[in-house]
Ligand binder design. Structure first.
Ligand SMILES: Cc1ncc(COP(=O)(O)O)c(C=O)c1O
Length: 254
């Protein structure tokens, strides 16, 4: 592979041509939220100008075009993470909402007093607070996988922590430490203990090929705004049978 043509890549991002404090803009905060390339900005603009209508609500031409575009996006995103079917892919507002949907709908239906959810000390608040709320509302117990001195998961006591657990909710890649976690062995250990596995893949999806089947995960949350896409949209991937069995987390219009 040849050297990266940085100027060519930067040319894709209109914002990088502006100056800030009379200096050229250098943007290093993509882990929080990435800038958008012209292809994304143009595509969103084109949709608003040419095809905008309510999705799954009308049978006139542009409503059908909007619905097709929406479903095509669902197919592409599902394929991108190697889902078995687009039916496993639920669009959400962001990754935070995706985790909350699992906590409210799956957790609300399946977890109660004394049931155990295992988290790690490197989770983002999005994968902590929904479980703390469930602990306060339904009396679940939260157990924590600690960290080693070199900021990896300390798996010394993993079997004890997973003993009797209903869910392991773990980040694939830490937003603070950059640590990449061994998701498949963690999922194998969780499944052997009878627990389901939720993966927070917010930081993994922008950096690595992400394969929900290779991970043998049960749920996965991720977000468009950290990987060059628009803000305001994320995704919950889940095994179809688990999604089908979940009660709705919100009521009313889709
Ligand atoms: C690891 C991780 N999980 C979850 C989130 C929350 O993502 P969102 O903004 O899509 O809700 C973030 C955002 O910083 C993150 O880095």
């Amino acid at each position: 592979m040849g050297a990266l043509d940085i100027d060519l890549l930067k040319g894709d991002f209109p914002i990088l041509s502006r100056r800030v404090h009379d200096k050229r803009l250098v943007f290093l905060d993509s882990a929080a939220s990435s800038q958008k390339p012209a292809a994304v900005i143009d595509s969103m603009d084109r949709f608003q100008r040419e095809r905008y209508a309510n999705v799954h609500r009308g049978v006139y031409t542009i409503a059908e075009e909007a619905t097709c575009a929406f479903e095509d996006a669902r197919r592409r995103v599902a394929r991108f993470v190697n889902a078995r079917s687009p039916r496993e892919l639920v669009f959400t507002r962001n990754a935070t909402e995706a985790v909350n949907v699992v906590a409210r709908a799956w957790g609300g239906a399946n977890l109660g007093e004394g049931d155990v959810v295992v988290l790690t000390h490197m989770e983002h608040h999005a994968n902590i607070v929904p479980w703390q709320m469930l602990a306060a509302a339904a009396g679940i117990e939260i157990r924590w996988i600690p960290l080693t001195a070199d900021r990896r998961l300390d798996l010394t006591d993993l079997d004890r922590l997973l003993d009797g657990a209903s869910l392991l909710a773990v980040t694939a890649m830490s937003n603070v430490l950059g640590t990449v976690n061994p998701v498949r062995p963690l999922a194998d250990a969780a499944h052997a203990a009878g627990a389901r596995v939720l993966v927070d893949a917010c930081q993994h999806v922008p950096h690595f090929a992400t394969d929900v089947q290779a991970w043998d995960a049960d749920f996965m949350a991720f977000s468009a705004h950290k990987m060059l896409g628009p803000s305001g949209i994320g995704a919950l991937w889940g095994r179809e049978e688990l999604l089908e069995a979940m009660p709705p987390s919100w009521a009313g219009a889709r």
